[in-house]
Design a binder for this molecule. Structure first.
Ligand code: RP5
Length: 186
C-alpha cells in the first residue's frame, strides 16, 4: 500500500506519507493509477484539507494491480468511504472500473500525460455505459473533484453546507477584488 493517509494539513498531503493525523475514518478516498498522477491529484487532497474532510490517498492501478483495484472498490463502502475520487491518465480505466465494483459515487479526474494533452484520459473516463456513472471533471480538474465530493457530503451535513456557502461567498469577494484591480488600471 503506497501513500495511504488520513490528514488535515496540506503539508502532510505528500504521497507516501504514512502519518495519521486524524483518528477519524476517511470519508473520501483519492486514488490514482500511478504515483506520477500525484502532481495533479494533490489538488484534491489540498481542497479536502481546506474543508477539513478526512481523506486517504492510494495508488491503485486498473491495469497493473487489477485484483487490488477490485478489492479496494468492493471494500470501500464498508470501510466508511462515502465518495471516491479516481484520477488516471492515458487509457484511464480506473474510475470506470471502480464504479463497476462499488455503488459509491465515483468522481473521475482525467490526468493529462505528455501525449494527447489528456484528451485520451478524458474520453476514457467520460464515456461510461448506462447504469455505471462516473462524474467526470475537466482535464486536470482535481480541485473541482474534491469540491464536488464536499457538495455530495454536504447533502447530509448542514455544517458542511454552511462551509460551502462561505466558500462561494469567498469566490464572489475574490472576483470583485479582481474586477476592482483590473478597472483601477484602465
Ligand atoms: C496510468 O498510466 C496512470 O494513471 C498514469 O497516468 C499513467 C502513467 O503511469 P506511469 O507510467 O507514470 O506509472 O495508468
Amino acid at each position: 500500500m503506497l501513500g495511504r493517509q488520513q490528514n488535515s494539513s496540506a503539508r502532510d498531503n505528500r504521497i507516501g506519507n504514512q502519518t495519521k493525523i486524524h483518528s477519524v475514518p476517511a470519508l473520501v478516498a483519492i486514488v490514482m493509477g500511478s504515483d506520477s498522477d500525484w502532481t495533479v491529484m494533490a489538488d484534491a487532497a489540498e481542497a479536502l484539507t481546506e474543508f477539513d474532510i478526512p481523506h486517504e490517498v492510494e495508488v491503485v492501478s486498473a491495469h497493473r494491480t487489477p485484483d487490488r483495484m477490485i478489492e479496494f472498490g468492493r471494500e470501500a463502502r464498508d470501510r466508511g468511504i462515502r465518495v471516491i475520487i479516481a484520477g488516471a491518465g492515458g487509457a484511464a480505466h480506473l474510475p470506470g472500473m471502480l464504479a463497476s465494483v462499488t455503488t459509491l459515487p465515483v468522481i473521475g479526474v482525467p490526468v493529462p500525460l505528455a501525449k494527447l494533452d489528456g484528451l485520451d484520459s478524458l474520453l476514457s473516463i467520460v464515456q461510461m455505459p448506462a447504469g455505471i456513472p462516473v462524474a467526470t471533471v475537466s482535464i486536470g480538474g482535481a480541485r473541482n473533484a474534491a469540491i464536488l465530493a464536499v457538495r455530495i457530503l454536504s447533502v447530509a451535513d448542514a455544517a458542511l453546507a454552511t462551509k460551502l456557502d462561505e466558500f462561494a461567498k469567498s469566490l464572489e469577494v475574490a472576483v470583485a477584488a479582481k474586477n476592482a484591480a483590473l478597472r483601477s488600471k484602465l
